[in-house]
Design a protein around this ligand. Structure first.
Ligand SMILES: [Zn+2]
Length: 536
């Protein structure tokens, strides 16, 4: 009995000693932590105090000297490695440069924050209950820490951080304006996982999720800017700001060209339900239309030395939000590009009826032209159905019809097809009937002869001035078709799925770039980003 009781006694004594020791250790650690927090708190207070006193972004001579020593040491070390080429130096020196620039940028940001009046931007009232709060910013040179004042507006009752707005920072987002822009550039050109690797190689440590989130935020900013731009159509004040026919000195008469097209984007509406939907035999993805339009002046069209057609200035519209949205934005874009001043407006597209209804709705006085290549394809379809794909017989059948088409003899084409139809058995006859319908629907949009003759005269060197002008008109809607393909290079990759919110925001951002309006979103990039070529 005694032994059994003595054992537990000894056993309980040992843990008690261990427990006391553990307690002492815990207390020591807690004290240490308290000390650390107090020290950090004090450091933070001292940092805040020093920050509040900053009025300039200067670096001290001592800082520059210390940095210089560090760089020289590195240069020395690099010189010792005869096997390393210049790339190694580039790789190692860039972060050193950033060290110093980071310090300068942090001080400058702080001085700018300090100089920002602590007032409500909307109500223009001094903010009350003012306090200091620190904030981390991801900048081009690395993380910056700044302290800025904030307070409550006695007017709108909102809490404001006026310095954040002055520095170009967005609420609850760490990216500096440059990093915002770079996220936008990269993710509009490539998927975030690639963008992340590319950024890394350029010395920017931005994670995939960071880039994805930031680019989306930038897309929303672009959408808001687009809404304000198009929204000018809705108010008298806005309408007065629009370019008008009477504005500015008289200009050479010009024609405006507008083209519309559409393509499909794959979205997944029910995120997280993919497996369930698959088991139910349903496809989790959906295809939706992206509507696109482009507008340009005919006198901005030309040819390269290699006879490739180029357009020096163009407006673009891209939206996933429906035809109504397309038309509103396109109309606004057309006004910006001279709709009010144009002597003549030409609209072009393929045969889709919704497009022509849309043109009738918004640009009803415009000349309409059906894409010649699409019209030709419809004749080839008949030929291929009758004689087999691209056979000599098919070619022999279609050649006179193609000639009639280019001679503006659409009624004769329709007559030939009608004659043909009466001799065919029902399946083929139905197919031909569809083409007759197509040509009848679009007969008033098929005027190519004058233009083809003008081009021939231009190439022969016998063109009149009118013909030279005419020759610049497009025969088809290739300009918008190539734009659609360029957007698809980014938005229609294998295995890609979008949400409507995601694709619309990013397409809007990409369109700002193409419309030469990047500086509206990123004023710091103004002088660098005018007339940029499309990148994809
Ligand atoms: Zn206010």
């Amino acid at each position: 009995m005694t032994t059994t009781t003595s054992v537990p006694q000894r056993q309980t004594r040992r843990p008690a000693a261990a427990l006391r020791k553990a307690k002492r250790e815990a207390q020591r650690q807690a004290d240490q932590l308290t000390d650390q927090i107090t020290t950090r708190g004090q450091q933070q207070q001292e940092l805040a105090k020093a920050a509040a006193a900053l009025t300039q972004g200067y670096l001290t001579q001592a800082e520059v000297l210390a940095w210089q020593q560090q760089v020289n040491a590195r240069l020395d070390a690099l010189l010792q490695h005869s096997e390393q080429n210049l790339g190694f130096a580039e790789e190692e020196l860039a972060p050193l440069g950033n060290q110093l620039l980071r310090l300068g940028a942090e001080r400058l940001a702080q001085a700018k924050a300090n100089a920002t009046p602590c007032r409500c931007s909307k109500c223009d009232l001094e903010l009350q209950h003012q306090k200091y709060l620190s904030r981390k910013i991801d900048s081009r040179f690395g993380p910056l820490l700044i302290f800025r004042r904030y307070g409550q507006c006695p007017g709108c009752q909102q809490w404001h951080f006026p310095a954040d707005a002055a520095l170009g920072l967005q609420a609850n987002a760490p990216a500096s304006p440059y990093v915002q822009e770079i996220s936008a550039v990269l993710v509009t050109k490539m998927p975030p996982e690639q963008a992340c690797a590319v950024a890394q190689r350029f010395g920017l440590d931005l994670g995939r999720c960071f880039l994805d989130r930031e680019a989306h935020r930038q897309g929303l900013k672009a959408q808001a800017a687009r809404a304000a731009f198009t929204g000018q159509l809705d108010s008298l004040e806005g309408l007065q700001k629009l370019p008008r026919a009477t504005d500015g000195p008289p200009i050479q008469p010009f024609s405006l060209v507008i083209e519309i097209d559409a393509w499909n984007i794959r979205e997944r509406d029910d995120w997280g339900l993919t497996e369930q939907l698959r088991q139910e035999g349903k496809d989790p993805s959906r295809w939706h239309w992206v509507y696109m339009g482009t507008v340009f002046r005919l006198d901005h069209c030309g040819q390269t030395a290699g006879k490739r057609a180029i357009i020096s200035q163009r407006g673009y519209v891209a939206t996933r939000l429906g035809i109504e949205d397309l038309l509103r934005h396109l109309y606004r874009e057309a006004l910006e590009r001279g709709l009010g001043q144009a002597q003549d407006v030409l609209v072009l597209a393929d045969g889709a009826m919704w497009i022509w209804n849309a043109f009738d709705d918004r640009f009803k006085d415009a000349r309409q032209r059906l894409d010649l290549w699409h019209a030709e394809e419809h004749l080839w379809e008949v030929a291929n159905d009758l004689y087999g794909k691209s056979t000599p017989e098919a070619r022999a059948f279609v050649t006179p019809l193609l000639e009639q088409l280019r001679e503006d003899q659409t009624l004769e084409v329709i007559q030939s097809l009608t004659n043909l139809k009466s001799r065919l058995e029902s399946a083929l006859s139905e197919k031909v009937e569809k083409q007759i319908e197509y040509f009848s629907n679009h007969k008033n949009r098929m005027h190519y002869k004058e233009l083809i003759e003008a081009r021939k005269a231009r190439d022969d060197g016998t063109a009149t001035p009118e013909q030279l002008l005419k020759a610049q008109e497009p025969l088809g809607s290739g300009a918008i078709e190539s734009t659609c393909r360029q957007y698809q290079c980014r938005f229609k990759r294998t295995g890609q799925f979008w949400t409507t919110a995601g694709d619309e925001a990013l397409m809007c951002l990409e369109t700002f770039w193409r419309n030469d309006r990047w500086h509206v979103l990123y004023p710091h990039a103004n002088h660098l980003t005018r007339n940029l070529p499309a990148l994809n």
